[in-house]
Write a protein that binds this ligand. Structure first.
Ligand SMILES: C[S@@+](CC[C@H](N)C(=O)[O-])C[C@H]1O[C@@H](n2cnc3c(N)ncnc32)[C@H](O)[C@@H]1O
Length: 225
């Protein structure tokens, strides 16, 4: 009787473990194979609610800390920053803090839902130096040479013509400005570092600094002389 209870227990444990492995397998298949194949041939802006989902505590605390991303951008008070595709605004907020008292961050996106959500957030949190605005990275509404820093996290590879965007960033950037691009492996659009460097070089940038581990990288580019 006792032996049969123990055997049943082990059987149940093995079944639970098997179910866990199957779920994990399906998850990895979807994220690392299926979505990548789909995104390779079919690019579209990911819906606003998903941009908020990927900005989660695990990512912010363990994988891609906003403080670390900002530390690498050589920020100073008074700077003008553009962030493309700000999502929920966690990175935007960190940048905005660093350029106080008179610097500002323009958080731009083509999706109205992303911008409206961010507007509500900054109003609620009483942040005055973040300016969310609908704008297209292909054709930005900024003057030539007017921006100190640009940040795009998990964003550029989602846009069908990244080199065209980078050329536009070169136009709005000041002479000593920095474009900072950061990517993380679970993103179905994740490009290899080499690919992103090639895009930037094609647009007239050169690699200035890079930071990386096996999971995430951040590349800082400056205009080529
Ligand atoms: C993956 S989300 C960004 C996620 C966010 N940076 C993060 O790390 O949590 C990419 C964003 O880029 C925006 N986007 C796509 N094409 C764009 C374009 N041409 N101009 C401006 N934003 C664009 C999308 O609307 C989307 O909100």
């Amino acid at each position: 009787m006792r032996l049969s209870i123990i055997l049943d227990f082990w059987l149940i444990l093995r079944i639970i473990f098997l179910i866990f492995l199957i779920i994990l397998g399906i998850f990895f298949f979807i994220v690392f194979i299926l979505l990548r194949v789909i995104r390779r041939y079919y690019k579209f802006p990911i819906p606003g609610f998903l941009t908020r989902l990927i900005d989660n505590p695990i990512r912010r605390k363990l994988i891609q800390k906003p403080e670390k991303v900002a530390d690498r951008m050589e920020l100073e008070p008074g700077m003008v920053i553009v962030e493309i595709g700000p999502g929920k605004g966690s990175y935007t907020k960190e940048l905005a803090k660093r350029v106080l008292p008179d610097g500002r961050v323009y958080a731009i996106d083509i999706q109205e839902s992303v911008i409206n959500w961010l507007k509500r957030r900054i109003k609620k949190e009483n942040i005055t130096n973040i300016i969310p605005k609908i704008d297209d990275a292909y054709n930005l509404s900024f003057e030539d040479g007017s921006v100190d820093r640009v940040l795009a996290i998990a964003c550029l590879p989602e846009i069908p013509e990244p080199v065209k965007v980078l050329k536009e960033l070169k136009r709005v950037l000041k002479l000593d400005g920095i474009v900072s691009l950061s990517e993380l492996i679970p993103d179905p659009d994740y490009p290899r570092r080499k690919t992103e460097k090639t895009w930037a070089e094609e647009a007239g940038f050169e690699l200035y600094k890079q930071f990386r581990n096996w999971f995430v990288y951040q590349l800082n580019f400056k205009k080529k002389n």
